[in-house]
Design a protein around this ligand. Sequence first.
Ligand code: AMP
Ligand code: MG
Length: 415
Amino acid sequence: MADLLNVDEAIARIVGDIVQLETETVHLTDTLNRVLAEDIVSEIDLPPFDNSAMDGFAVRAVDLSGAGAESPVRLDVVMDIPAGYTPEGTLGAGQAARIMTGAPMPDGADAVIPVEDTDADFSDLDNSTVPEVVQLYKAVGTGAAVRKLGENIHAGQTILKAGTVIRAAQIGLLASLGQVDVPVVRQPRVSIVGSGDELVDIDAPLTPGTIRDSNSYALAALVAQDGGVPLRQPIAKDTPDAIRAMFKDALDASPDLIVSSAGVSVGAADYVRDILDEIGDIGFWRINLRPGKPLAYGSLEDVPFFGLPGNPVSAMVTYMVLVRPALLKLAGRSAEGSEVMAKVGEPMHSDGRRTFARVTLKKDGDDWVATTTGTQSSGAHLSMALADGLLVIPEGNAEIPVGTRLPVKLLRPIG
Ligand code: AMP
Ligand code: MG
């Protein structure tokens, strides 16, 4: 296998060529799944004021020492503090304030006792009169049920790092800081093209000798899943002019990356290679990877270009192994994706290339056990669609005995 390029070296070369895209500013409501371009530093303390964590009574903890079920302490209720209200005055010895969750603590108070530990009842909506006196059945320590100013976030704190993928929780956090405009990395635009006289679109009837184009749809979905904008083009015919036009259209869409499938091996109608040689700066790589050995990589008018193999499983696997790192680098995202170790549940074979086997995973005690999803032919879509993950057989292995522990890159969450 000496003539085959090592997978990690191929990834390193590709990623070395790619530069993160520029920053743009979008409204908070448009940031889901976008990538933060800058660290976010809070300008405020959160909470912005000491406030109650419970519905109950704000007290001076010292007044309650000795309180118990049999020996309640009685305090005069001198204030009522709903949420959103700013209390006036100071709580003195022997005094309490009725207070609601989120309402500011009054001066003088240092603890909150929940209504459940008193003789008061807040549940009667028709009678919300503040009692004059409250009986408290429990002693509390200083600070009990009080949320202190700045205890979650303090002004000047870096709360999100550049490169973070913005999900619901990050949106909530940014909203709490009043961050209306958010700096994000521009989404990579990816032209997706392909060619083949045998290929028809998904809504066309299958005539003898034809199959449907599935790669452009699967690749577009992968690009979208990774945060890119897929620009899918119709399949081109296997003629030099059609393929020239295909690449011209791909470039006209102002992409940051071009991904094609098929036509890069050595078949009689594989014009893609010749045209790429003519119009681009492309190398043809034979990678130590299964499925998906032949791959074209380089640039077309300075746009990074990947020519993936045509077989559907090969196209998807080479995307995941080689194109995804490039896309994530453009998008400013660090590589995510989870991996588990699994025991091989059936004998597996490899030809010595780094092999990505499509497997399902089942739990056996504390272990995951991996079994292949039927035929592993690189044309078999179903093997991919049924898979929980890709089991990685390292280079140089021919026979993998049952029980061997190997990493599995997950394709979906497993429970
Ligand atoms: P090629 O690289 O052109 O020799 O294609 C290899 C195999 O992949 C052939 O069986 C093609 O029919 C198949 N193939 C190529 N492009 C696609 C596509 N877009 N969708 C589904 N199968 C494809
Ligand atoms: Mg072809």
